[in-house]
Design a protein around this ligand. Structure first.
Ligand code: TEU
Length: 560
């Protein structure tokens, strides 16, 4: 079965790796200022290593006024004091490498902070040599140059009195976009990238990297609300191929692009091996466009990306990160079945084709939050959306309730290390409130229990080290139209894995597809999230069925 396609996928370390995302400001605070820091991360590297992690992705640690939690950089060559010093960074990198792990850094080059000296120069006069490093336009009929909206504001344009023109920003007005048409600017960015790579880092996660090229002429759009015009524009692949030629291909690194608004076919243009741009990408057909669990849609997304990528491109698998509500809360069950649900979602992410990502805290099943007041939220996107909705006449309580489920702060509350004060995250006042459930959900408890979510991740990740089928196996959907059961196989040479996932709060029967009925006699359960594999059941007329408990997940191995 599924052995029809004989072409092999090229092997690479970053395909076999499991990546752990460290949102450092919420990870571990070593100096008591209420923010996590690099020293704190160093204290916890063993914890990450013991999980089985190969690569750490570190969110931006560069100098910044911190309007968007570090995604507004004021100096690419300095560390923000909240995180630590350059010496801390160098020590961290040595320690990560000593533990035989790798470190990839966030690369934010679509925009800088408005406090970056380049922008200060650029805005100072019309003929400043750096004027053209950003995007400036005169207004139109007393208004902005066009009708586009930005991610975090009603317009992509902000008027600057000093020179009487507007500057362009895809995000907040404190984050002006760089003008990638300027060759001098591009060279300056490449120089900065080489600086970090020469420190010995192992790659980049590239922030909204498909936004670098803008639509020529900035024409008005018919649908300003659908902001997909911000990305995937003519010229983007020239920039990425130049970046690859100038910088990336000279290092043994991993690159993962954050690529919103992209179809599988266009996604392949960024990562097809022969095109030499990026290694892999995050697409957002799930995180941006599937607000709640929707199995049909998810299966369809997996199928279309798999079909488009096959042997030519490599995907990334994730359900949450620092921008998207924690997965058990958004896509699973964070109540009675939290533990099973967290294990099920992990099973899925790690057995689907692509490199899996673990967002800090996911490995203990941390949940989203529901703060009672807008003042409890810290996120600029949340505050801007709230203000905009109120200006349009929204009622404060209702607006808050509507924004809360997808607020980015859901996943930004601090790591819950133990049941003590501030969950063991800090001795000071945490920059954002701790999730009140920390007495029940914390690392200390998970490390003490053999059947914890953490222990399950360890077993799951160690399977990836032992079985290449989990990385390179061909994928085929075996769900057979089930409404709540997602089942699929991964096959490589004589080994096939069958993964069966019950995405519901009630028991489900899953009938094995006909070709599997006999071969299933030889199936061995490699991992399951309940004690003992599911019962088999012969139903009349049909063949063998599996009786799946709520949120039950099983990985079977079948050797020919
Ligand atoms: O994210 C891009 C972004 O706007 C995401 O919130 C979005 O939901 C999606 O993931 C892409 O469509 C990046 C960073 O991850 C985010 O934290 C920054 O605020 C943003 O860029 C600006 O740098």
């Amino acid at each position: 079965m599924n052995h029809s396609d004989n072409r092999t996928v090229n092997r690479a370390w970053w395909k076999e790796a499991v990546v752990y995302q460290v949102y450092w400001r919420s990870f571990m605070d070593a100096n008591g200022d209420g923010y996590g820091d690099l020293q704190g991360l160093m204290q916890k590297l063993d914890y990450i290593k013991r999980l089985g992690i190969d690569v750490i992705w570190l969110n931006p640690i560069y100098e910044s006024p911190d309007k968007d939690n570090g995604y507004d950089i004021a100096d690419y060559y300095q560390i923000i004091p909240k995180a630590g010093t350059m010496e801390d960074f160098r020590k961290l990198l040595v320690k990560v490498h000593e533990l035989d792990m790798k470190l990839i850094m966030d690369l934010v080059v679509n925009h800088t902070s408005y406090a970056h000296p380049w922008f200060e120069e650029s805005r100072s006069s019309l003929d400043n040599p750096k004027r053209d490093w950003y995007i400036w336009k005169p207004g139109k009929e007393e208004g902005p140059p066009n009708n586009w909206r930005s991610y975090f504001e009603p317009s992509t344009w902000t008027y600057d009195e000093q020179t009487g023109e507007y500057y362009f920003h895809s995000f907040a007005k404190e984050q002006p976009d760089l003008n990638w048409e300027n060759a001098e600017l591009r060279q300056e960015i490449y120089r900065m990238m080489r600086f970090w790579l020469d420190q010995g880092i192992d790659g980049f996660r590239m922030d909204v990297i498909n936004l670098l090229a803008k639509i020529p002429g900035f024409p008005d759009t018919e649908w300003p609300e659908h902001i997909d015009y911000l990305g995937n524009n003519p010229g983007i692949h020239d920039y990425l191929q130049e970046m690859n030629r100038e910088v990336l291909r000279h290092y043994n690194i991993m690159t993962v692009g954050e690529i919103p608004f992209v179809t599988p076919e266009d996604g392949l243009l960024y990562v097809a091996e022969k095109r030499q741009e990026l290694h892999t990408l995050f697409h957002f057909q799930v995180a941006d466009d599937m607000p709640a669990w929707d199995l049909d849609r998810y299966r369809h997304i997996q199928a279309t990306w798999h079909d488009a990528f096959r042997h030519e491109g490599w995907n990334s698998q994730f359900l949450n990160n620092h921008d998207h509500t924690r997965q058990v809360t958004r896509y699973g069950n964070d109540g009675a079945y939290r533990v099973q649900s967290a294990k099920l979602l992990a099973t899925m992410i790690h057995t689907l084709p692509g490199t899996p990502y673990v967002f800090q805290g996911e490995e203990i099943g941390m949940t989203g939050v529901d703060f009672p007041s807008i003042d409890d939220y810290q996120d600029i996107a949340m505050h801007n959306k709230y203000r905009e909705a109120l200006e349009k006449g929204g009622a404060p309580d209702q607006v808050l309730r509507e924004l809360q489920p997808l607020s980015r702060d859901n996943s930004r509350t601090p790591m819950q290390w133990n049941g003590e004060q501030h969950a063991g995250f800090t001795t000071g006042q945490p920059w954002i409130q701790i999730n009140p459930n920390y007495a029940e959900i914390n690392v200390e408890r998970d490390l003490a229990a053999q059947d914890s979510i953490y222990a399950y991740y360890q077993r799951l990740i160690s399977l990836r080290k032992m079985h290449n089928v989990m990385v390179y196996g061909d994928y085929a959907d075996q769900s057979g139209g089930e409404a709540h059961v997602y089942a699929y196989t991964r096959s490589l040479e004589e080994e096939t894995w069958l993964v069966v996932l019950n995405h519901s709060d009630v028991q489900q029967l899953y009938e094995l597809p006909a070709p599997w009925q006999d071969r299933f006699q030889h199936a061995r359960a490699l991992l399951h999230n309940y004690d003992g594999p599911p019962a088999k059941d012969k139903v009349e007329l049909g063949g063998t069925c599996l009786q799946l408990r709520p949120h039950e997940a099983v990985i079977y191995s079948i050797i020919d």
